[in-house]
Design a protein around this ligand. Structure first.
Ligand SMILES: [Zn+2]
Length: 365
């Protein structure tokens, strides 16, 4: 089953946000009307998902049935045996043609609404690891569900399930905001848009409660939304936290404007980076499109450096290559070799390499 576009978009939106998920953490799911659930595969990060990769289809009815059975057996089973039985259940209900494993947190999603996003946010965990976590979350979100710490996987799901059932009885609807002690947040709703809105709302409300702001991480969403709108793409962006690059952008900005001197810089970073005057500067973005016909891989705005790619992993590769490119220039400059004394690649060669790259890309898709 092909994942709906809004599931991919929701996953990539959260996946690019370091303040919401890190590495392969977090997951997302979507339930169809005919009883299937698409859940993020294990071992892939949220920003890496796409139409052809990253989700596994699950048969919901046997999964729920199996969970009820495991619940009854829970008391008599050792922790290890319970996990083994859960793993067997997962393998039984997943799409037999899929080689990927469903996320270990699949069970958590089974009883929730159509779209579900689970994140490991900085500010949510700031409160989730406090001893009075339940009080704090209940005060901020009286209608939320607060679930005590259990080992991730089947134990956590079995802790959650009866609480969801009582919540439905008490409120007449499924919970949309669930806080997990020492772990994170689950948001579930009828649409992907609502899930995104609520995840952001919870994050901002807790930031205000803590009197802090993680706005710079939120800017990655602004950058990728702008690139995607102008170029008709579905890219993510990654905000560089590299101390060396930060220092260079403050003290040696002209070095960023030099052309590539070797092929990898062109392949990873593009022929030019894009400097925006502010985060609404779509005019400059449109001009870049007119001039180069392709999207920018590196964007600088207010001295913040963003890398644009298909996933956070790919964006970090661009960061590494840019850092290498600048290191070579810096060593030369410190040896009193100015950029005008260096041989950069000719425009003709840059065009040739760019065309070669886009041909490789076409062949890959
Ligand atoms: Zn988790």
């Amino acid at each position: 089953m092909t994942p709906p576009f809004d599931l991919i978009e929701l996953s990539k939106w959260a996946g690019q946000r370091f303040d919401l998920v890190q590495a392969g953490g977090g997951n997302s799911s979507y339930k169809t009307e005919d009883g299937q659930m698409l859940i993020k595969a294990s071992g892939i990060s949220l920003s890496e998902v796409g139409a052809a990769q990253g989700f596994v289809s699950i048969d919901l009815a046997p999964l729920r049935k199996g969970l009820t059975k495991l619940h009854k057996q829970q008391e008599s089973l050792e922790k290890g045996d319970l996990e083994k039985a859960a793993e067997e259940l997962l393998m039984k209900v997943k799409d037999k043609n899929a080689s990927a494993r469903p996320s270990i947190e699949t069970f958590l999603h089974a009883y929730l609404d159509t779209y579900t996003l689970h994140t490991h946010g900085i500010v949510v965990n700031t409160l989730a690891c406090r001893k009075n976590w339940r009080e704090l979350f209940t005060e901020l979100y009286p209608e939320s569900l607060c679930v005590a710490y259990k080992t991730v996987g089947i134990e956590l799901a079995l802790e959650l399930e009866p609480q969801v059932t009582s919540y439905i009885k008490a409120h007449g609807k499924k919970p949309s905001i669930i806080f997990l002690q020492n772990h994170g947040l689950i948001v579930s709703a009828a649409t992907a848009q609502e899930v995104k809105f609520l995840t952001e709302e919870v994050t901002i409300k807790i930031e205000q409660f803590l009197k802090i702001t993680n706005n710079t991480y939120r800017l990655t969403s602004v950058i990728s939304e702008s690139v995607n709108a102008v170029f008709g793409l579905n890219k993510v962006s990654y905000l560089s936290c590299d101390a060396g690059l930060k220092e260079l952008i403050t003290n040696a900005k002209p070095l960023f404007l030099q052309k590539p001197f070797f092929p990898d810089t062109l392949v990873y970073c593009g022929s030019r980076l894009l400097i925006l005057s502010d985060f609404n500067d779509t005019d400059t973005m449109n001009k870049f499109k007119e001039n180069f016909g392709d999207y920018p891989r590196v964007i600088i705005c207010n001295d913040l450096i963003f890398f644009v790619a298909d996933s956070v992993r790919k964006a970090r590769e661009i960061e590494e290559v840019l850092k290498f490119h600048l290191s070579v220039l810096v060593v030369n400059v410190t040896q009193n070799i100015a950029p005008q004394d260096l041989q950069f690649l000719e425009d003709e060669e840059l065009k040739y390499l760019a065309a070669m790259e886009s041909e490789k890309y076409r062949q890959a898709v």
